[in-house]
Design a protein around this ligand. Structure first.
Ligand SMILES: [Zn+2]
Length: 78
């Protein structure tokens, strides 16, 4: 799971980070650079990464199915 900082006031989204410490650093840097250290009203944190994990699992499932199909073909034709 990863966290993504988003500021609707600026319309910007930071790159995903994988820890809350890194998230606080990104948030603090954005507040300092874009809002002079103040907290913008439109900032929020989005949780990302669940979809990537599902895609990884789905990819492994397809790899296993492809491997089984290859083995089946080899067994039938040799
Ligand atoms: Zn901002």
């Amino acid at each position: 799971m990863a966290y993504q900082y988003r500021c609707d006031d600026c319309g910007t989204t930071a790159e995903p980070v994988h820890s809350r410490v890194a998230l606080r650093a990104v948030r603090g840097r954005h507040r300092q650079l874009a809002h002079h250290g103040l907290r913008p009203d439109g900032e929020h944190i989005e949780t990302v990464g669940v979809r990537q994990r599902l895609s990884w699992r789905t990819g492994c499932g397809f790899a296993v199915l492809a491997w089984i199909a290859v083995l089946d073909w080899i067994i039938r034709h040799l």
